[in-house]
Design a protein around this ligand. Structure first.
Ligand SMILES: [Ca+2]
Ligand SMILES: [Ca+2]
Ligand SMILES: [Ca+2]
Length: 187
């Protein structure tokens, strides 16, 4: 009697799938460099629940990259002409980044919100490096304002950066997020 091959196949598939689906690929194949600017709309390639989490299935905005649930907005005042909009409590995005130089960084994020927005923070490999940052009422969705976090200590290496959006504000959402500028300010 020949030994059935199916169990071996099932074993292989069940072994490989978690690996295949737990990984994301950096936008354009290369990690984002820090120091430098990371476009909010350039989160990693990968499926929902792995590369991003969005509360509704469709992209409510611009058809800018591959089919995605994340809501991308086109805006003329944005770096790269786009940002992430329609952000809701509990959503998140993953970015593969490479910190080229260990040191202390300032992070500047252009944001917009009509009424006070929600709280965001950045995690590196699961560690919150910024603490909560509030997106303020910028006077309207068409008006970007900079929010800044100083004194963020980062180590050289490749990390999974997560934009976490844990708590909505008075606006009912989080806010429009345009990009993340990392400036090295000291050792
Ligand atoms: Ca969506
Ligand atoms: Ca959304
Ligand atoms: Ca942008």
């Amino acid at each position: 009697m020949r030994f059935p091959r199916i169990p071996a196949v099932i074993f292989l598939v069940s072994f490989l799938s978690p690996l295949a689906y737990s990984e994301t690929k950096p936008w354009n194949g290369e990690p984002h460099s820090i120091p430098g600017t990371i476009e909010a709309e350039h989160w990693d390639t990968g499926p929902a629940g792995v590369a991003y989490s969005d509360t509704d299935r469709e992209n409510r905005g611009e058809d800018y990259r591959e089919k995605t649930e994340v809501d991308i907005e086109k805006r003329s005042d944005a770096s790269n002409g786009h940002g992430v909009g329609w952000t809701r409590e509990g959503e998140w995005l993953i970015y593969t980044v490479e910190v080229k130089e260990s040191g202390t960084y300032k992070i500047v994020i252009p944001v917009a919100s009509k009424k006070e927005g929600g709280l965001i923070h950045l995690e590196f490999d699961g560690k919150d490096v910024t603490g909560p940052m509030r997106i303020p009422d910028t006077g309207g969705w068409q008006t970007l304002q900079l929010i800044t976090k100083e004194g963020v200590v980062l180590k050289k290496g490749i990390f999974r950066m997560k934009l976490a959006m844990p708590e909505k504000g008075e606006s009912g959402g989080i806010g429009d997020i345009e990009c993340f500028r990392f400036v090295r300010t000291g050792d």
